[in-house]
Ligand binder design. Structure first.
Ligand SMILES: *Cc1c(COP(=O)(O)O)cnc(C)c1O
Length: 311
């Protein structure tokens, strides 16, 4: 099946939902495999880009410009989707030391192979990326472009994420997802029914997320569960790696180390602690991110830590 904004690419539009066998108590847990939408533009990055690319085309832009870190799922997705739908892509990458290390970085290498042009900047300048002066400099340098914000979150991204839940999902009481910038959860919140509640599991520490979500979300039936960031954004522990490997052995479902593993770990922990009312039906959203595993394993190897192993 093809799709409007990536015309030449096979994308999965009928997303399967699988039951996860827990046998802990009376709740039942299911996972919606949004990670299977596409191997590179996976999960929520597909949802978040869809209407942004439609908008960029409508405004007649030829180039997409965006921001991201070394192993960013968003950078990979923009590079690939841009190539498939006929846009030039520019990635402003955090960390100027990465300039000489593209070949050692699977995400950047893939983005480069898709034709993405990089601009490496220091972590210090990266902090100023949303300021007017910074954007003016980029316009001077690259002329016209459509700006896709970091992590892809804006009103078009939220609109795309409102398409994650479908009619069949009305049977669930709780919808659980990982949270980075808050765009995905906002779309999900906007599409739930009155009997449903959304639980978000931030993959990073900090308190700014609630305001960001309130900006986009139209109802109040949601909560953030901040107990499972595992040390913060991009951090991972041997316990989490063990959990991911074990979960794969039991379910054959790969999780990503930055987002979905922390969320699934959190939900299972809460189930075991009887957080959910009896007979609750819980739907987990697998938001993708599998492309980042290769890069994470290189880091784990360098630190002599156990690896993520989905064999
Ligand atoms: C980017 C990403 C998220 C976070 O999405 P936000 O809309 O930024 O909250 C969650 N899961 C995966 C796999 C991601 O790549």
């Amino acid at each position: 099946m093809c799709c409007i904004f990536v015309p030449n690419t096979i994308v999965l539009l009928e997303i399967p939902t699988q039951k996860i066998q827990l046998n802990v108590n009376s709740v039942s847990v299911f996972i919606k495999r949004e990670d299977l939408i596409h191997s590179i533009i996976s999960g929520n990055k597909f949802r978040k880009l869809k209407y942004n690319l439609v908008q960029a085309k409508a405004e007649n832009h030829k180039t997409l410009l965006t921001f991201g870190g070394a192993f960013s799922n968003h950078i990979a997705a923009v590079a690939f989707a841009g190539k498939e739908s006929g846009f030039k892509t520019i990635g402003i990458i955090r960390g100027d030391e990465l300039k000489s290390k593209i070949d050692e970085n699977p995400t950047l290498k893939l983005a480069q192979e898709c034709g993405m042009q990089f601009e490496f900047i220091t972590r210090e300048s990266y902090r100023h990326k949303n300021e007017v002066g910074f954007l003016d400099d980029l316009k001077q340098k690259f002329n016209d472009f459509y700006l896709v914000p970091e992590g892809g979150t804006n009103k078009f991204a939220v609109k795309g994420c409102e398409e994650i839940l479908t009619k069949e999902d009305s049977q669930y009481d709780f919808i659980c997802c990982a949270v980075g910038t808050g765009g995905t959860i906002s779309g999900i919140i906007n599409s739930i029914l009155p009997h449903q509640k959304v639980l978000g599991f931030p993959a990073l520490k900090g308190n700014f997320l609630k305001d960001e979500i309130r900006n986009f979300a139209k109802n109040k039936n949601w909560e953030l569960i901040a107990a499972y960031p595992f040390g913060g954004y991009g951090k991972i522990t041997p316990e989490l790696i063990h959990f991911m490997n074990q979960f794969y052995l039991e379910t054959k479902i790969p999780l990503d180390p930055i987002y979905t593993a922390k969320m699934v770990f959190g939900v299972i922990d809460l189930v075991q602690k009887n957080y959910f009312p009896e007979n609750s039906k819980i739907l987990l959203i697998h938001t993708g991110g599998i492309q980042g595993i290769q890069g994470m394993n290189l880091k784990l190897k360098a630190k002599k830590l156990p690896l993520i192993d989905f064999q």
